[in-house]
Design a protein around this ligand. Sequence first.
Ligand code: ZN
Length: 118
Amino acid sequence: MRVPNHPTQIRRMLESRLKLLVPTGPVLVASLVRLNKRCGQPTCRCHHGGPLHSAYHLTYRQAGRTRNAYVPQDLIEEVRSWIQEHRRLKTLTQEVSQLTLALIKGHVRHRRLRRGRL
Ligand SMILES: [Zn+2]
């Protein structure tokens, strides 16, 4: 993202991003990890050289500790979209922060210029 110098342009860019900074659904701060594992059935092909079963886990942090949660197969696509929604909001928040900072810096610069003229 290119940050403009003019406060009006900065505010315009800020407004367009603030409008998008609304969750469109559940938001999940976690990583989806795919694991290949054997099941609990000793007679299953996975115990006899056959392909292993795919399972999905979530990794997330809570109170400074990394935790895991099992994700049922039928929820995986939804969970992916909830994680993607967090990424979208995170990127937007970073851009909004950058633009807000530019607004402060521009304000200071503008004031200095005015003082210089006096
Ligand atoms: Zn199995």
